[in-house]
Design a protein around this ligand. Structure first.
Ligand code: ADP
Ligand code: MG
Length: 361
């Protein structure tokens, strides 16, 4: 596509703060070098057309159809959901030929969905200015309201506001963020289990509802407001208490992790990873056998400070905090151990914090 405008949006790995975003708590993601690009040229026939290279499929719409289209349980829902939101804000959608290319693995917990949404938003805006926070919000509305995944705002937010060279701590209540530089000498390694259990989507929805139930029982607007004591003392079903305990303790772990990162305490950072994983496994019940195996194997390797699942759960990736000088050994060893036990070759990514989305000029 010569002469195409190119818009890019990164995937992300969340260091700590899992399922806290829709509870208006804290998260600490980094934007990745893995990204989704959309190549854009004017379309000759007045229609809006999008092609996904990964799926080798094209969809198109008349501009007048956009406002009234309905979800099709298809990848293009993410795209047209964003188009609807942009149109609803009063922006005219131009007739475009768009091509999606992505290096973010789909369904691996590295947020290919938000990378697609944000790249789509930028491509459809064609350089017209809209506040980044508004873009994050409209992409989240597209995923929760149109695609039907009741997600928080972390993925879209960091895809837009990620920073080179630092993690981004986001307060999901105020939507303010700060850069959190990581200590020198550590590597962040994502290991993709290459499994995605089908339980994921329905379980996510159930967790969102359980958190709302816990907040109602405690009389707080969101679990962000709840304390560990309230969680212990309030009458609620035991399983709901466990969910709430994960959220309340996870928010504290994000703050402790940021503190440890600022003081260069890699040992503490690693221990917080382990505690976060145990909480996701036992209280939030969103892990699975492959992921627990990867976490256990990683923590037995020299130079690994700690490991945890990252992303929505039931498969996807672990994130590992590793001494930089031992990273090459770690990657070779974890690949070998996982392949031996599960017969799958894991995709492994060394995560270097990259900048948020934009047009490639
Ligand atoms: P994650 O965001 O962790 O990768 P999700 O289940 O939230 O997993 O989103 C994955 C979905 O996003 C895919 O199943 C597909 O529908 C859509 N998607 C992501 N990237 C692309 C792409 N390059 N082309 C088409 N669809 C994509
Ligand atoms: Mg996603």
């Amino acid at each position: 596509m010569s002469g195409a405008r190119i818009f890019r949006a990164p995937g992300r790995v969340n260091l700590i703060g899992e399922h806290t975003d829709y509870n208006l708590g804290f998260v600490l993601p980094i934007a990745l070098g893995l990204e989704t690009r959309i190549y854009s040229t004017p379309s000759a026939d007045g229609r809006l057309r999008v092609h996904s290279t990964a799926h080798n499929e094209t969809r198109d719409w008349g501009l007048e159809q956009i406002a009234s289209c309905t979800p099709q349980s298809h990848w293009s829902d993410y795209f047209i959901g964003v188009a609807r939101e942009i149109a609803a804000l009063g922006f005219e959608i131009a007739p475009l030929d768009l091509k999606i290319e992505s290096t973010v693995p789909e369904g691996a917990g590295l947020s290919s969905s938000a990378a697609l949404e944000v790249a789509a938003a930028l491509a459809l805006l064609q350089g017209r200015t809209l506040d980044g926070l508004e873009i994050a919000r409209l992409c989240q509305r597209a995923e929760s309201g149109f695609v039907g995944m009741p997600c928080g705002i972390m993925d879209q937010y960091v895809s837009l506001f990620g920073r080179e060279g630092a993690a981004t701590k986001v307060d999901c209540r105020t939507l303010e963020s700060e850069a959190v530089p990581l200590p020198a000498g550590i590597a962040i390694v994502a290991v993709n289990s290459m499994v995605k259990h089908s339980l994921g989507q329905s379980a996510y929805r159930i967790r969102v509802a359980e958190c709302a139930e816990a907040a109602r029982a405690m009389g707080v607007e969101s679990l962000r407001e709840a304390t560990a004591e309230q969680v212990n003392m309030t009458l609620m079903p035991e399983v709901v208490r466990c969910r709430a305990r994960h959220i309340v303790t996870e928010n504290l772990r994000v703050e402790a992790f940021v503190e440890a990162a600022r003081t260069g305490d890699c040992g503490r950072m690693g221990r917080l990873f382990s505690e976060s994983h145990a909480s996701m496994r036992d209280d939030y019940e969103i892990s699975c056998a492959e992921i627990d195996f990867l976490v256990g194997a990683a923590e037995s390797l020299p130079g690994c400070y700690g490991a945890r699942m990252t992303g929505g759960g039931f498969g996807g990736c672990t994130v590992n905090l590793v001494a930089a000088e031992g990273a090459a050994f770690f990657i070779g060893a974890i690949r070998h151990i996982y392949q031996d036990a599960w017969g799958k070759n894991p995709q492994i990514v060394e995560c270097v914090p990259a900048a948020g989305a934009g047009e490639i000029l």
